[in-house]
Design a protein around this ligand. Structure first.
Ligand code: ZN
Length: 504
């Protein structure tokens, strides 16, 4: 039996997004647990589709003892403030130091990290944190960290952690499973022998989020190659990371890590996997629709077949730094008379409150959206009928958010010219059917469904979708990396598939 310390810290930083992540952003219960520390952490994480939860259950089943540190996550946004980063880092380090000085100090450490965290004063949030952690536990202690598939992996992260283990799905349905795999890797490290050899490759082009989905090509077969490659002898673990392309740092982009007892096997697999991505470069360059083009197409097809035509409002995806309050697609739906269409989930606490004050069946004159004050965005003013109200408290049931206790504040289903809008008081990516069922809408029965999500919606909506269109409506979460004002990427990187290398 080994004593293993467990902690976690997640933030996905879109350096182009409008709002910084403050300390309070990590203490909010956004469906996932709010910042939790010590013994409370174990109860708070229980039952969640989260890596730390999977790791803890597996490590306990393996007969190890788990000592909790701290776990927290904030919704993706612009950089973590210096204050938040330093406070959380200090808390985690303090907890680790206390454990190290206790009667039963940990002999191993597992960290549930994201890998794309940028702070106001640091490009490489996780690399810096792992360095501080090594300062406490030393170089010898086995240290396994799991990462989000969107991690922008840096040499510092690879150097400080013995093994990095990443999600293999986007939508992220395997978060818990990733923690279970990390526990398997940790168990193998604890079984003895020298530390594994590492291979690390950075892939030289950014992949737009919308084409990173592992449920469809070209990513599906890259992950098939990963699963096959890992079976080979000498390989302990390997991961393919699609990267988070909305981060203006030198290490932005996809990468591959492989670990082995046999250095050559790890190097060979890392080469093979990075080649698998390079070979598919052209296929990563998918089509983006304008709002008008998408709505016209959806109206022309909406009556045929079954299930909705889904319009992914990717540039206002709150899961990638958007505020879920732009009205580009809504405006196009109303202008084109897309009767029966539903859009969600729009974040507008003011309008939700007005709807609750007016009551079901009432009509309110409201200016919906654009409350986060992003330049160039205006609300859509009109007479909205309040069709249905909800308290925003429900449990998600789709594969990815399964068991997440949503707390979206007062919600309302509004109707403007037979286009219906699900409005909430807190922002949350539209990636679970329960968000609509809470307001009496069955997504399978809708003809056109616009979702504020890039890819995660596919986990719970693919089974009903007739077709999925990725729409480039104005918003802060730019879908085509070639349209972002990058300044700090490394030379030679192509900012989109088949794009021109920087510096040439
Ligand atoms: Zn992610």
């Amino acid at each position: 039996m080994t004593v293993i310390a467990v902690g976690g810290w997640h933030h996905e930083t879109n350096t182009f997004a409008p709002t910084l992540a403050t300390y309070e952003a990590f203490t909010r219960d956004g469906g996932r647990p709010a910042l939790c520390r010590g013994e409370d952490m174990l109860a708070a994480l229980e039952g969640f589709n989260l890596p730390a939860a999977g790791f803890i259950d597996t490590a306990l089943a393996q007969g190890h003892e788990v000592r909790p540190l701290l776990w927290c996550e904030a919704t993706p946004s612009a950089a973590v403030t210096r204050d938040a980063y330093e406070r959380i880092s200090a808390m985690l380090i303090e907890d680790l130091e206390n454990l190290m000085a206790s009667d039963r100090p940990p002999q191993a450490l597992y960290l549930d990290l994201h890998g794309a965290m940028v702070a106001e004063h640091l490009d490489d949030g996780e690399g810096e944190f792992l360095s501080r952690v090594r300062g406490v536990v030393g170089d010898a202690m086995p240290l396994v960290a799991s990462l989000d598939l969107h991690a922008n992996v840096t040499a510092a992260m690879v150097d400080r952690a013995d093994v990095l283990v990443a999600y293999r799905t986007y939508p992220h349905v395997d978060r818990r499973e990733t923690g279970e795999r990390a526990a398997g890797v940790m168990d193998a490290l604890l079984a003895g022998g020298r530390k594994p050899d590492k291979a690390f490759r950075q892939v030289p082009f950014l992949i737009p989020l919308t084409w990173q989905c592992t449920m469809v090509e070209p990513m599906a077969s890259v992950y098939d190659a990963l699963a096959e490659g890992e079976v080979g002898p000498g390989v302990l673990s390997a991961s393919v990371l699609a990267g988070f392309p909305l981060t203006d740092i030198p290490d932005c982009g996809p990468s591959v890590v492989a670990y082995g007892r046999d250095a050559e096997a790890a190097e060979e697999l890392a080469d093979r996997l990075s080649m698998a991505i390079l070979e598919r470069e052209e296929a990563f360059d998918g089509k983006f629709y304008s709002p008008d083009e998408a709505v016209e197409y959806a109206i022309s097809r909406g009556g045929e077949g079954s299930g909705p035509i889904i319009l992914a409002d990717t540039q206002d995806n709150p899961g990638a730094g958007g505020n879920a309050d732009t009205v580009g697609i809504l405006d196009a739906l109303v202008r084109h008379g897309a009767k029966g269409a539903v859009l969600g989930v729009m974040c507008d606490a003011e309008v939700a409150a007005a709807a609750h004050a007016a009551g079901e069946g009432a009509e309110i004159t409201a200016s919906l959206g654009a409350k986060s004050g992003q330049p160039g965005h205006t609300p859509l003013t009109g007479n909205y009928r309040v069709e249905r109200l909800g308290d925003g408290r429900f449990t998600a049931r789709g594969p990815m958010y399964d068991g997440f206790r949503m707390r979206l504040g007062p919600m309302a289903l509004l109707n403007l010219d037979d286009v219906r809008i699900a409005v909430a008081s807190a922002k949350q990516q539209a990636a679970d059917k329960e968000m609509f069922r809470h307001l009496g809408v069955e997504p399978a029965e809708v003809r056109i469904l616009a979702l504020k999500s890039s890819v995660h919606f596919r986990n719970d909506f693919t089974d009903v979708a007739q077709e999925i269109l990725v729409v480039e409506a104005p918003g802060p979460s730019i879908a085509d990396p070639a349209k972002l004002p990058f300044k700090r990427l490394r030379p030679g990187l192509r900012i989109k598939p088949k794009g021109k290398p920087l510096g040439e």
